[in-house]
Design a protein around this ligand. Structure first.
Ligand SMILES: *Cc1c(COP(=O)(O)O)cnc(C)c1O
Length: 379
C-alpha cells in the first residue's frame, strides 16, 4: 500500500459490534471478564484501549514498523526510551536539540546516573569520537530545530550497528510522509504527535515506533509501568488527523517552497534555512533521505537588530506568534526570546541562533496570502 492509502486505512477496522467505519472512542477504564482471565484482550485502559490500539497500529504502518506505542506527550515517549538505560550508560546526542529533550536529559536523567554527550552530528566523525564502550544510545533529531540542519541517518545507523547500541530518531519535524528512519537503519522512531501527525493544534501526544519485537515488549512494559498513556478521546482526534496527513504534508511542502523562494529574494532577509534550497549546506543529504522538504523555515534579518525582528513578529496577521508547529495554521516564533531563551546569549550566537532569527511553521493556507502577509510584515 502507498502512503496516502495507508494514512486513511492502516490500523483501522470497522467496529466489530456495529460496523461503524470510524473507530469508536472507547471511553472506558475497564473491561468485563466472563471468568477470571477470560477476556477479549483488554483488561484495563492503562495497559490497552481499543482506540489507542487502532492509532498505535496506524502509526506503526506509516513508519514501516511493526509496533507503535502512544504516550501522553512527546516528552513522555522520550522518557520511556531513557528508562531502557541504567546508571553508567552513555548517550550521544545532537547539540542542536529540542529544548525539552535537553532539559529531560540533563535535569532529570543525569541525576539517575545516565551520561549525555552533545555533538555536532553534521560531521559523523564527531559521533564516532564520542562513542565509548558504555554508549548504549545514539539520539538524533533531523531536521533540527530551529536551524533545519539535516543529519545522515544511515550514517548514524552504521555507527550504532558497529557499537551495538540503539539509534533513536526524533522524526517530529519530518513526519513519516517525508522520511522513515527505520528504513534507514534506526531502531526507534519518536514523534511529538502534537505536531504534524495530529496536525490541528488540538492534541498533545507522543509516540514511538519500532520493528524489533523484544524492544517493543520492553517499551510496552515501561509504557504500562510508568503509565503516561493518552486517553481515547485524544487517540480518536489523532486517528482523524492522520487521514489527511499526506494531503496536509503535500501542501506544507508546496507552501514551504514558495515562501523559502520569496524570503531568499527579499532585500531585508539575510539568511534562509530550508533544506530544499540548493544552497543549504546539507541539501544533498536531505535529497537522499527525505521525499520532500516540509514547511519549517527559519530566516534572519539583515542588520541583526533584535527590534527589527520584534517588529516583524508583531506585524503579521495570518502567521500567529506562538510556540509549537505542524498544524494547519501558520505560526511564527522567535527562538532567542521564546524556545531558546534559557540558553546564554553568547552560546546562542555561537550555535548560529542570531537575535533576528525567526522560525516559521508554514501552514496549509493559500501560499499567495501567506507571502502577502510576510511581505507587509517585512515592509
Ligand atoms: C514538541 C516537540 C517535542 C516534545 O513533544 P510534546 O508533545 O510537546 O511533549 C519533542 N521533539 C520535538 C522535535 C518537538 O518539536
Amino acid at each position: 500500500m502507498r502512503f496516502g492509502t495507508k494514512a486513511i486505512h492502516a490500523g483501522v477496522e470497522p467496529d466489530p459490534t456495529t460496523g461503524a467505519i470510524m473507530t469508536p472512542i472507547y471511553q472506558t477504564s475497564t473491561y468485563v471478564q466472563a471468568a477470571p482471565g477470560d477476556h477479549k484482550g483488554y483488561e484495563y485502559s492503562r495497559t490497552h484501549n481499543p482506540t489507542r490500539t487502532a492509532l498505535q497500529n496506524a502509526l506503526a504502518a506509516l513508519e514501516n514498523g511493526r509496533h507503535g506505542l502512544c504516550f501522553a506527550t512527546g516528552m513522555a515517549s522520550i522518557d520511556a526510551i531513557c528508562k531502557l538505560l541504567k546508571p553508567g550508560d552513555e548517550v550521544v546526542s545532537t547539540n542542536d536539540l529540542y529544548g525539552g529533550t535537553y532539559r529531560l536529559f540533563t535535569k532529570i536523567f543525569e541525576g539517575f546516573g545516565l551520561k549525555f554527550k552533545f555533538v555536532d552530528m553534521g560531521d559523523l566523525r564527531n559521533v564516532e569520537a564520542a562513542i565509548t564502550p558504555n554508549t548504549k544510545l545514539i539520539w538524533a533529531e533531523t531536521p533540527t530545530n530551529p536551524l533545519l540542519k539535516i543529519i545522515d541517518i544511515a550514517g548514524l545507523a552504521a555507527i550504532a550497528k558497529k557499537q551495538g547500541c540503539l539509534l533513536g530518531v526524533d522524526n517530529t519535524f519530518a513526519s513519516p510522509y517525508l522520511q522513515n528512519p527505520l528504513d534507514l537503519g534506526a531502531d526507534i522512531i519518536m514523534h511529538s504527535v502534537t505536531k504534524y501527525l495530529g496536525g490541528h493544534s488540538d492534541v498533545v501526544m507522543g509516540a514511538l515506533v519500532v520493528k524489533d519485537d523484544a524492544l517493543a515488549e520492553r517499551l510496552a512494559f515501561i509504557q504500562n509501568s510508568s503509565g503516561a498513556t493518552p486517553g481515547p478521546q485524544d487517540c480518536f482526534l489523532v486517528l482523524r488527523g492522520l487521514k489527511t496527513l499526506h494531503l496536509r504534508m503535500q501542501r506544507h511542502c508546496e507552501n514551504g517552497a514558495v515562501i523559502a523562494d520569496f524570503l531568499s529574494k527579499h532585500p531585508k532577509v539575510d539568511r534562509v534555512y530550508w533544506p530544499g534550497l540548493p544552497a543549504h549546506p546539507n541539501h544533498t543529504v536531505a535529497r537522499a533521505q527525505m521525499r520532500g522538504f516540509g514547511g519549517m523555515i527559519s530566516f534572519t534579518l539583515k542588520g541583526d537588530r533584535m527590534e527589527d525582528a520584534t517588529r516583524v513578529l508583531s506585524s503579521t496577521k495570518l502567521f500567529s506568534l506562538a510556540e509549537s508547529l505542524g498544524g494547519v495554521e501558520s505560526l511564527l516564533g522567535h527562538p532567542a526570546s521564546m524556545t531558546h531563551a534559557s540558553i546564554p546569549r553568547e552560546e546562542r550566537l555561537r550555535n548560529g541562533l542570531a537575535d533576528t532569527l525567526i522560525r516559521l511553521s508554514v501552514g496549509v493556507e493559500d501560499a499567495e496570502d501567506l507571502v502577502a502577509d510576510l511581505a507587509q510584515a517585512l515592509g
